[in-house]
Design a protein around this ligand. Structure first.
Ligand SMILES: Cc1cc2nc3c(=O)[nH]c(=O)nc-3n(C[C@H](O)[C@H](O)[C@H](O)COP(=O)(O)OP(=O)(O)OC[C@H]3O[C@@H](n4cnc5c(N)ncnc54)[C@H](O)[C@@H]3O)c2cc1C
Length: 380
């Protein structure tokens, strides 16, 4: 498809070159703007990078999460977690679920143009009243003839302010997880409104939108999959979303390590390079060890996920371990930079800030612990 190399090492080289030319030089500008431009999506789409796991019949590559992890690792080399989140919120969180669950008509109308980068997608689950308890969402959709009428609000939605469509979790049935459905809401639907984007202390180039549905009318055939089957569809997506964030987090640590190692070889204090001091050599040795452990636990969980065996507990452990460690690795590496660590525009400054957020998105650390404890049968 579109000349993207199909072999892993060639694919990595291709993406590395793409990122060096089309992403890294512009990250500072996009952090300031609070979003990457539509042109990034069009460029990625034009060379086939927006459909790694999308089916070939929808214009994608039809590859698995191992291939996707190469794209994530290489995109992370731009030094902007926000840009990577924005791409994943589009290709994986929003487009992926339509490709898996949608009718041929929905795939034609939304997936194909999204893979080409002509339109941008978002996945709207979290509400102003909370995100961890997905089964309790309140945004309601009532059937009225051949339409659904939606009322409610969503918050923290990645790409929310720039999206052309939002895969929206709505309550179509009774209380709890069994009453939730997914509906594709086009941004030009009547009664759909957006608030100002939320400004964040991390991941600044990910647009985080606030969405309002006020008697919002959407054709009934935009329902994704079976009525009241949305929770199961979301849970299926959560496994790979968590793996993606975990790949981002270990790639983030690797960048922190490389930046600290570079600085440690250059910066002189008391007549010696920083890495001339055993304390810094040992601290970076600890960081390297943490990265090795993080990659190993992630790949173990990915192998289980790809094999089709139940992987929820392995994935929760990987997400918990790696995302909790990225913050401590960031603290160690930033400390080495002294005052230079707090410069807003520096790479280390951004990596330090962006290290926060991984323990919240796609399920918090507390939710991961709950799932591990439940799988282990831990109860009083
Ligand atoms: C960078 C980023 C991108 C995001 N992108 C999206 C997106 O694209 N789409 C989307 O829908 N959402 C998105 N979110 C929202 C995210 O999914 C939620 O923030 C997350 O699920 C937590 O929900 P909450 O913030 O409402 O916290 P709450 O659910 O209110 O939880 C508050 C605190 O209580 C803890 N807690 C909750 N329940 C328990 C419990 N039973 N036991 C102990 N502690 C508990 C939580 O772990 C947390 O620490 C994003 C968030 C971030 C930070």
């Amino acid at each position: 498809m579109l000349g993207v190399p199909q072999e892993q090492s060639k694919f990595r080289e291709f993406v590395r070159d793409f990122v060096a030319r089309n992403v890294t030089p512009y990250v500072r500008e996009w952090e300031g703007a609070g979003r990457p431009p539509g042109d990034l999506f069009r460029r990625m789409g034009a060379c086939g990078l927006l459909g790694v796991r999308i089916g070939e019949e929808s214009g994608g590559m039809g590859r698995d999460i191992w291939f996707l992890s190469i794209l994530i690792e290489e995109l992370m080399r731009s030094g902007s977690a926000g840009v990577v989140m924005s791409v994943l919120a589009h290709t994986e969180f929003a487009v992926g679920v339509i490709d898996r669950e949608g009718t041929p008509d929905l795939r034609e109308r939304f997936v194909k143009p999204a893979v080409r980068g002509e339109v941008i997608g978002a996945l709207g689950i979290t509400e102003p009243t909370g995100g961890s308890d997905v089964g309790a969402i309140c945004t309601r959709a009532e059937r009225a003839g051949d339409e659904y009428v939606i009322d409610g609000a969503k918050k923290f939605i990645g790409n929310g302010s720039i999206a052309d469509f939002v895969v929206t979790a709505v309550r179509t049935g009774g209380r709890g997880p069994g009453g939730i459905s997914l509906i594709v809401v086009p941004a030009d639907a009547r009664g759909f409104r957006r608030g100002p984007p939320l400004r964040k202390v991390c991941g600044s180039s990910l647009d985080s939108g606030q969405l309002f549905f006020e008697g919002c009318r959407v054709p009934a055939h935009n329902l994704l999959g079976p009525l009241n089957g949305g929770f199961r569809q979301l849970v299926r997506g959560f496994e790979s979303e968590r793996l993606m964030l975990t790949v981002m987090a270990y790639s983030h640590m690797q960048l922190l390590y490389e930046e600290a190692r570079r600085y440690g070889r250059e910066r002189e204090v008391f007549g010696s390079k920083l890495l001339g001091f055993q304390t810094w050599r040992h601290r970076l040795a600890d960081v390297r060890t943490t990265i090795e452990a993080s990659v190993a636990i992630t790949h173990r969980a990915m192998a289980r996920h790809v094999s089709g065996e139940p992987a929820n507990d392995q994935i929760s452990m990987a997400k918990l371990f790696v995302t909790e460690h990225v913050a401590s690795v960031a603290k160690e590496c930033a400390q080495m930079f002294g005052g230079n660590a707090v410069l807003e525009d520096s790479l280390m400054g951004r990596l330090h800030r962006d290290a926060f957020g991984y323990t919240i998105g796609a399920g918090t650390s507390e939710m991961m612990r709950e799932m591990i404890a439940s799988a282990e049968g831990l109860r009083g």
